[in-house]
Design a protein around this ligand. Structure first.
Ligand code: FMN
Length: 175
């Protein structure tokens, strides 16, 4: 069984998880892959950061399901939010239909935030959020933590977060 990990990563967090998965499974890896790069594989694991509620690069799988039928498909989305069902369930409902959620393995992995590496529209959007946070008179702990992350990158990546995905890639089973 041939397996490949494909990913898109703007600030390195998805890349780190993609490399850990590749080490663990002893499989191939490719950044910014095209459809032609993945057609020869039986298992395709596709990762990307979450930007404004959408997974970067997930369309490689979701827009090509017809051409990928019969393969084991796994998505992993890397975001700064906490791994809590109140946030991850609506997130996945936006990326995948209920039918797709039954056949495509999908995992949320906590990444981090590195303002210093952001460019273009992402940097602009985050600069606006920073200004908004600075104006809040009584910031919550969450607001304070978010604001602090603008001066010092935060990294919540952890190999332990991959246990479910690795198990699913090896044996299938429940998502
Ligand atoms: C413009 C922007 C929007 C973001 N939106 C979300 C979001 O909706 N949910 C979330 O959990 N994280 C969000 N994040 C945080 C990123 O998902 C997080 O930094 C992730 O680790 C990036 O992974 P990457 O460096 O591999 O691209 C956002 C970050 C930026 C810069």
């Amino acid at each position: 069984m041939k397996t490949i990990v494909v990913y898109k990563s703007k600030t390195g967090y998805t890349k780190k998880y993609a490399e850990w998965i590749t080490e663990e499974l002893g499989c191939d890896i490719k950044e910014n892959a095209a459809l032609s790069d993945i057609l020869n594989y039986d298992t395709i694991i596709c990762g990307g950061g979450i930007y404004a509620g959408s997974m970067n690069g997930g369309k490689l799988i979701t827009k090509n399901l017809g051409k990928l039928s019969g393969k084991k498909l796994i998505l992993f989305a890397v975001g700064a939010m906490l791994d809590e069902e109140k946030d991850t369930v609506p997130f996945w409902n936006k990326q995948l239909t209920p039918e797709q959620q039954k056949s495509i393995g999908h995992f949320f992995l906590r990444g981090g935030f590195d303002f210093s590496q952001l460019k273009g529209a992402d940097r602009l959007m985050m600069s606006m959020i920073k200004k908004h946070l600075e104006k809040i008179k009584e910031p919550t702990d969450e607001d304070k933590g978010f604001l602090a992350a603008f001066s010092e990158p935060v990294d919540f990546t952890d190999k332990k977060n991959l246990a479910g995905l690795i198990e699913y890639a090896k044996n299938g089973g429940t998502v």
